[in-house]
Design a protein around this ligand. Structure first.
Ligand code: ADP
Ligand code: ZN
Ligand code: MG
Length: 651
């Protein structure tokens, strides 16, 4: 229910997730070292070698000359090397270098010829090379092959590191090797203090760290530390981070692999990888094996034996076998993380395997403040940041989303050319992460803007006029890229709210219908903008009957069961068709009643509605305080405020 606080309106695409902009870890993604680099290096090397060998490969030009020409050069002392045989003189000239070789016929028995050459300073050599040396030729032909082989081995190594689907190309030796990355202590570098909040989880994991530090203490008494520990919780809550922190604290090797990496191109490879992983771990013990997203291989196996994923099952079976096989006292600890614990095969959860569960929940108010502070450390912040108000404005945000917010705020500060992140950057980034970016150009017509303004103030007023309803934090009619044209941000006063009374839920429904009610009251017509409200109101109303037992008729009977509590969970109906019909009727009646109530509230406060809408229409965004001060002020004070607002925007 934590996410029901904000009302997003005019969703263009109602199926689009409103909380999807937050999957990263809040930092820029590290680009993978592309294979392209190997291509380029190989190419450059080839070029370099070519240019080095090339001078030696140059064919020499051979020029035939007359004997008299030779004599002329000889007299000029221009002859460099001379090679004599019976019929020819081969020579090079000082002026043309060694690459040009001259040949001329030799006049036999010309006495004094050699003497004359000697005097002219010619150097006699046995042979003046006239063609390329075979060594260079061999080198020239072999080097590209050598390079290609080196390049190929690099490439296949890269490919076998890339995991699923990639193994086996060229480097057959890479197949079946696990891709587990070994992190050393200084490589993860993550400590428990880097994980904010999650005190319970840290406490449970501290025992594992202690065991790895003093296994003797446990072994002496005969206590067995659980072999497998399963971190369970929604995405982005820091499961992976916690596992790294355990490794960082325990100071032991850390094998990290994702479940999906076991699923290979070739059948049987997943199982081979599991075997290899445990073999490596046994050599490095004490150590930690971390299997992230274990649901990729650990899903329940098919009992009907038809259409199952054989490869996955084999891998899972191998994992089970290995977990049974190794000696726990050696100090191999297996951590695994999942956000779908219910989908795991029961065999995995049996004692002796993953028998310990560590819940990693979404952070509460205090946890959110701490997470924000942890991540704010890496960023230059203004001194007067109020983290409490930021945390208060984003109930239901995960650690990953909060980390992302800090980064978004830093980006915004850079964009504005500021050196430090200020409060406004952070407030803006809440909206960026939670509701999409502000649209640059206003796509709304003035009429539409007015409708949206009435709609949003309708929500806010109904919320404020009901006793138990949460006060308004912010109303805005600036469109977001997520598709919401405006939204009303509600905040529970005490941060998180775990128990909700029947009245609170009813008020929530009334608040959700308030937008549509305002449209009806003012424009006597209705728009498509309430689709999200309708969805949420219906969900709450239905849950009140089917899950929370909040009606006389159905009493405390569960009419629906939730399949997966961590992923929002789809519901399956657990009642007869007749009851279902009754539930539907009751849901309709409840929503109708609350809709009427909202309409009445707005009708009774029509003047205030107009005033606030006027103010909002001009400012586009108003805070909860501004809203409340207009709502609570006396008549003339309102006029004053309206006047101020009007003069602000230079009418
Ligand atoms: P999960 O594995 O549960 O999906 P991660 O551990 O990958 O989530 O978390 C993603 C990122 O969110 C982390 O790298 C960290 O920056 C941030 N984060 C999540 N939870 C926390 C937390 N409790 N304290 C600090 N940072 C957190
Ligand atoms: Zn609405
Ligand atoms: Mg993770």
């Amino acid at each position: 229910m934590a996410n029901l606080g904000n009302i997003f309106d005019y969703q263009n695409d109602p199926n689009k997730s409103k909380y999807d902009g937050s999957k990263g870890n809040g930092r820029f993604p590290k680009p993978n070292k592309p294979i392209m680099i190997y291509y380029i290096v190989a190419l450059l090397l080839l070029l370099l070698i070519n240019t080095m060998i090339f001078p030696y490969l140059k064919e020499k030009s051979i020029i035939s000359t007359s004997y008299s020409e030779f004599l002329t050069e000889l007299d000029k002392s221009n002859v460099n090397q001379v090679e004599l045989d019976d019929t020819t003189i081969t020579y090079t000239l000082k002026s043309t270098g060694e690459d040009t070789v001259y040949k001329t016929g030799r006049i036999n028995n010309y006495f004094g010829e050699v003497d004359r050459m000697y005097k002219a300073g010619a150097n006699f050599t046995e042979e003046i090379p006239t063609s390329v040396s075979p060594i260079w030729l061999i080198l020239y032909n072999l080097l590209p092959f050598i390079l290609l082989m080196w390049f190929g081995s690099r490439l296949s190594r890269r490919i076998s590191q890339m995991g699923p689907g990639g193994g086996g190309f060229m480097g057959m030796s890479g197949i079946g090797k696990s891709n587990a990355k070994v992190y050393d202590k200084d490589k993860t570098g993550v400590k428990f203090k880097d994980v904010a909040g999650e005190e319970e989880a840290k406490e449970l994991l501290a025992e594992i760290v202690d065991f790895l530090h003093n296994p003797k203490k446990y072994n002496d008494i005969g206590a067995k530390i659980p072999k497998g520990t399963l971190l369970v919780g929604p995405p982005g809550t820091g499961k992976t981070l916690l596992a790294k922190a355990v490794a960082g604290e325990a100071d032991v090797p850390f094998f990290s692999i994702s479940g999906s990496e076991f699923v290979e191109l070739y059948v049987g490879m997943g199982a081979a990888k599991v075997r290899d992983l445990f073999k490596q771990a046994q050599e490095k013990a004490p150590c930690i094996i971390f299997i992230d997203e274990i649901d990729a291989i650990g899903k329940k196996r098919n009992s009907n034996g038809m259409g199952g994923n054989d490869e996955r099952e084999q891998t899972l079976n191998q994992l089970l076998t290995e977990m049974d096989g190794f000696d726990g006292s050696k100090g191999i600890i297996i951590l695994a993380a999942t956000n779908q614990p219910d989908s795991l095969d029961p065999a995995l959860l049996r004692p002796g395997r993953f028998d310990r569960r560590v819940p990693v929940e979404l952070p509460d108010m205090q946890g959110r403040v701490e997470i924000l502070k942890v991540h704010a450390k890496d960023v230059k912040m203004a001194g007067n940041i109020n983290f409490d108000s930021i945390a208060k404005a984003c109930p239901g945000a995960s650690g990953a989303e909060l980390a992302n917010m800090i980064n978004e705020a830093a980006l915004r500060a850079v964009k504005a050319g500021r050196e430090r992140v200020n409060q406004q950057d952070l407030e803006e980034s809440i909206e960026v992460v939670m509701a999409g970016y502000k649209k640059k150009n206003n796509v709304l017509t003035n009429k539409e803007k007015l409708i949206v303004a009435y709609h949003e103030v309708g929500h806010a007023m109904v919320a404020a006029m009901q006793n138990n309803s949460a006060p308004v934090h912010k109303i805005t009619i600036i469109p977001r890229t997520s598709g919401a044209l405006g939204y009303t941000m509600q905040v529970e006063e005490d941060g998180n709210h775990y128990l909700m009374s029947k009245e609170e839920l009813e008020n929530k429904i009334a608040t959700l219908t308030g937008g549509r009610a305002a449209e009806e009251l003012i424009f006597k017509s209705i728009t498509t903008g309430a689709s999200n409200d309708i969805e949420q109101a219906t969900k709450i109303a239905r849950a009140m009957f089917t899950q929370y037992g909040m009606s006389e008729d159905f009493d405390m009977v569960a009419l629906q069961t939730q399949n997966n509590a961590y992923l929002g969970g789809d519901m399956s109906i657990a009642c007869s068709e007749e009851t279902q019909k009754n539930v539907d009727d009751a849901v309709i009646a409840l929503v109708k009643e609350q809709h009427r109530k909202a309409y009445k509230i707005l009708e009774e406060n029509l003047m205030k509605l107009h005033e606030i809408v006027k103010y909002l229409y001009e400012k586009e965004t108003i805070t909860g305080e501004e809203f409340m001060s207009i709502l609570n002020s006396k008549e003339n004070a309102i006029e004053e405020q309206a006047k101020n607002a009007a003069s602000d925007s230079t009418v």
